[in-house]
Design a protein around this ligand. Structure first.
Ligand SMILES: Cc1ncc(COP(=O)(O)O)c(C=O)c1O
Length: 479
């Protein structure tokens, strides 16, 4: 591909995407397609011969784009994937063109500097001091894994990196944790049975007396508490744990405090409901995902650490083939020495460009709009008797359920699943379902700068119609 073809193709694709974004609301949120129809669309042997660029893009226009979940559509309020900021989309194109590899300074000197600035912005937002550091990751799953590994290494006095896990360590978190915590506890060698998933109160916050009881029980049986995890924005309802209390307990017990703010970190930019006074800065490490509520396109998660020397203690191995012999002065920062990954995408660019183009203030306005939409839905639900809400949403995630007296748990679960399916088929919205305290719920979560309040009213109306219709079907018959 010569420069002229690259230019022509680039212009064509940018025009295509501009058109796509401009008219995204006219599309179905979720395609009217069956899984069995998708594989055949792409079933062909490995191409041996070239195709004209127009033909390749043409296939994307006919096969890929119509069969996407259009997460930028204002009716997408499902699993946490935001409407990506357009400047972030452009940033990803630039990122691929330059193909900098910030893992090592020699493959991206300016990219390393820019990304370190982005990390500084994030650590400042969390209230950390100048000793803090971090890494951009593929997402919250990886960030929580690294947070737990940092905990393990610090509490074992940096022995576990060499000797493995020799003691019966335990980890504490609320039952509202994301599954990444379970995977992380397993991956750092503790085993999932080392995780204590503790009950929450009516606002879905970790019950401190349950934490105290679990600590006492474990110590009585010779187990060694290693880490407590606070949640700053649970996936289901946006609940925030009492972080100062967790810090107090962690200090008393010699525990690492990791906080999962993968979703809730967005609230640090809120103007109307600022959450900068909840004690996030008390954590030893924090997960915060710009690809959730900072509206960055995938992927951009982050693990942030109060004392960046802990990253080096956990990951600082320098094999000869990676050692930068040109760095006699020790000035060339090597992310691979201070983090888990080596080769990786220059994720910082889209976060940097978003903050530069929109400013934190504008992103905070989008966040407030999403919270306002969730609160409106909560108010609409409170004004009628057919639905109930799990809690007054502190963020933009809200769970509501249809109240059909006499339904068994199984039938209620079936009803919510059936309605979510009908919503998907409508093409107007996409929402998910979940379970909270033994009941089934619709989980609705605008993380979307195109969503407007009218969408919440229309969604509730659709849920009402479809729930009434589902009640009539044999599938949710209480018998
Ligand atoms: C609270 C929380 N933590 C972690 C994650 C995992 O993040 P990711 O999907 O970026 O890996 C999620 C995902 O929704 C989440 O809600």
């Amino acid at each position: 591909m010569d420069a002229a073809e690259f230019r022509a193709l680039g212009h064509q694709v940018v025009d295509l995407l501009a058109e796509y974004l401009e008219h995204i609301e006219e599309r179905r949120v979720f395609p009217a397609v069956q899984p069995s129809e998708l594989q055949p669309l792409f079933a062909e042997p490995l191409p041996q011969d070239p195709s004209p660029p127009q033909a390749v893009v043409g296939e994307l226009e006919t096969k890929l784009i119509p069969n996407c979940t259009h997460v930028g559509h204002p009716g997408y309020m499902g699993l946490i994937t935001p409407s990506p900021s357009p400047v972030g989309v452009i940033a990803d194109l630039i990122c691929s063109a330059l193909n900098q590899n910030p893992g090592a300074y020699s493959i991206g000197p300016a990219a390393v500097a820019l990304e370190r600035r982005v990390l500084r912005w994030l650590t400042d937002l969390c209230g950390y001091g100048p000793e803090a550091g971090g890494n951009l990751t593929s997402g919250g799953m990886m960030a929580n894994f690294i947070g737990l590994k940092l905990a393990r290494d610090a509490v074992t006095g940096d022995r576990a990196q060499h000797d493995g896990v020799r003691e019966a360590y335990t980890v504490y978190v609320s039952e509202e944790r994301h599954v990444s915590i379970d995977k992380a506890v397993d991956s750092i060698g503790l085993g999932r049975s080392a995780l204590r998933a503790l009950p929450t109160d009516a606002r879905f916050q970790l019950r401190l007396e349950a934490l105290e009881a679990a600590l006492a029980e474990d110590k009585l049986h010779g187990r060694i508490p290693l880490c407590v995890i606070g949640l700053f924005g649970t996936t289901n309802t946006g609940a925030v744990d009492d972080l100062p209390a967790l810090r107090h307990i962690a200090d008393r017990e010699g525990l690492w405090l990791h906080v999962d703010a993968a979703y809730g970190g967005g609230m640090l930019l809120s103007h109307q409901w600022p959450m900068r006074d909840r004690g996030l800065e008390l954590a030893d490490s924090i997960t915060l995902d710009p690809h959730k509520w900072f509206y960055a396109p995938l992927d951009a998660g982050a693990i942030l650490v109060k004392d960046q020397r802990r990253l080096t203690a956990s990951f600082g191995i320098r094999p000869p083939y990676l050692t930068d012999e040109l760095d006699q002065a020790g000035e060339r920062y090597q992310f691979y020495v201070h983090g888990f990954e080596q080769s990786r995408r220059f994720r910082g660019l889209k976060v940097w460009m978003s903050f530069k183009r929109y400013g934190a203030r504008q992103i905070g306005v989008w966040i407030d709009n999403n919270v306002r939409q969730a609160k409106l839905l909560h108010q609409l639900v409170a004004e009628q008797a057919e639905f109930e809400a799990a809690s007054d949403p502190p963020m933009s995630a809200i769970c509501i359920r249809y109240l059909a007296p006499g339904l068994t748990h199984h039938a209620a679960r079936r009803l919510h699943a059936l309605v979510a399916q009908r919503v998907e088929e409508s093409g107007k919205f996409w929402i998910s379902t979940t379970e909270l305290k033994g009941k089934s719920w619709f989980r609705i979560n605008p993380v979307n700068f195109r969503t407007r309040e009218e969408h919440m009213r229309r969604l509730l109306e659709l849920l009402r119609q479809e729930s009434r219709a589902a009640l009539q079907t044999a599938a949710v018959d209480p018998a």
